[in-house]
Design a binder for this molecule. Structure first.
Ligand SMILES: Cc1cc2nc3c(=O)[nH]c(=O)nc-3n(C[C@H](O)[C@H](O)[C@H](O)COP(=O)(O)O)c2cc1C
Length: 395
């Protein structure tokens, strides 16, 4: 279930540009860089601006418009060590990691960062990457069955003294992870996000993950997924189903006309061959399933220029317009906005300065997020504190 918007604020994450080519597959100028120095500065700017999370991408080899890539877990750890509050979500593929090896990495990264690491478990669409690495490429729903085992294994290893799993994909015998990652009330283990929107992904999200990430969607596209997620959560008696994160490519300009013109230019300069190549490769995702649900199942060429359908969320306009639309998403159950930008440094700063204050004002005006108010509202609880304990180790 999404969080209660009257007791928790909307959260913000940004896509870490750890692969080259920026967040849009376009030859338009992007003042964004995939280097560590650029990203360290960005991470510091983002935490100052009010972003709570950053999501790194996992890519092992050149894909469409991403010729160079930094590895997601090591890059995430480097950013964690260079920041103070930002949480890093490292993307990982079941099938390329053994869950116990990843669980160990996360435990160490969690101690080093004082409880700020999370993972995004992605089931994959890029068959050629697996082929190049010599790993089997499973059929779509089998990939999700493996992901379900992977998430189950992570949770057991992180929370049980001696973890066991006799699965079809992974086997763990009396495995005792020491030290465990940090934990405190509300955070029994590092948060598990999952990327994927197909029916199989919704089932995994509803039943197992802490967070469900959606590609860019309009309001109906969000509602439809929320309904499904609630159904899957209820089926396993899970009262607190996953929180909902929505991707959106953000273009904030002084006027609506300028913002729309920027979008038009991005699309007019699309790298046609790369977008078409990507469009054909992602047929390995939801489109390959019986019910044809899932990411990119109905994406147009224009949608695919932002490779996670980010234009569809329509966070494009003046600061007021973008903030208003964001709060409308909050009202229907979105818990987190995952933002991408054309010129990261300057636009992340501007987002924090011009858009976020309006979002917080609108939340309060709509009776949402009492933690944004100067004093507690009588009869209502303050947002639960989600800070790590002040000392190392488990609580
Ligand atoms: C927010 C988000 C981030 C993702 N990040 C990655 C990534 O870094 N690497 C990757 O190979 N796939 C990534 N994916 C794609 C997933 O691996 C998966 O192929 C995709 O979600 C299609 O799933 P579906 O068929 O269930 O809709 C991401 C998906 C989402 C929603």
């Amino acid at each position: 279930m999404p969080t209660d918007p009257t007791t928790e604020p909307l959260r913000f994450a940004y896509w870490v540009p750890n692969v080259s080519g920026g967040l849009v597959t376009s030859t338009i100028e992007q003042r964004t860089d995939w280097s560590y120095d650029y990203n360290l500065k960005l991470a510091r700017l983002a935490e100052q601006a009010g972003f709570e999370y950053a999501l790194s991408q996992v890519r092992y080899t050149a894909s469409y418009g991403a010729e160079f890539q930094h590895e997601s877990t090591s890059f995430s750890l480097a950013l964690l060590l260079g920041t103070e509050r930002l949480k890093l979500i490292a993307a990982v593929h079941p099938g390329l990691w053994h869950p116990a090896v990843l669980a160990k990495w996360v435990a160490t990264a969690d101690h080093l960062s004082k409880g700020r690491v999370a993972v995004n478990v992605v089931s994959g669409w890029f068959a050629d990457e697996f082929r190049q690495l010599g790993e089997p490429w499973l059929e779509h729903d089998e990939r999700y069955r493996r992901t379900a085992e992977f998430i189950t294994a992570l949770k057991r290893i992180w929370t049980e003294d001696e973890a066991n799993l006799a699965g079809d994909f992974y086997r763990i015998r009396d495995f005792s992870l020491k030290p465990k990652p940090l934990s405190w009330p509300g955070r029994p283990h590092p948060e598990i996000f999952q990327g994927g929107n197909s029916s199989a992904a919704r089932r995994n999200g509803g039943q197992l993950s802490d967070w469900y990430f959606s590609n860019g969607k309009d309001f109906d596209g969000v509602r439809e997924q929320l309904t499904d997620l609630a159904k899957h959560a209820a089926a396993v008696g899970r009262a607190d189903g996953p929180r909902f994160g929505l991707n959106g490519f953000v273009i904030v300009r002084d006027t609506e006309k300028e913002a729309k013109e920027q979008l038009r230019e991005i699309i007019a300069n699309a790298h046609v061959e790369a977008v078409e190549g990507f469009g054909s490769a992602v047929k390995q995702a939801g489109q390959s399933t019986g019910d044809k649900k899932g990411m990119w199942a109905d994406s147009s060429f224009e949608d695919l220029v932002q490779y996670n359908d980010g234009f569809r969320t329509q966070l494009i306009g003046t600061p007021e317009q973008v903030a208003t639309r964001i709060v409308e998403y909050r009202k229907i159950g979105v818990d987190l906005i995952l933002a991408g930008f054309l010129h990261y440094h300057e636009e992340v700063e501007r987002f924090g300065r011009d858009v976020l204050p309006i979002v917080r004002e609108l939340e309060v005006a709509a009776g949402l997020d009492p933690s944004a108010l100067p004093d507690p509202v009588p009869g209502r609880q303050r947002a639960p504190q989600r800070r790590p304990p002040s000392h190392h180790g488990q609580v």
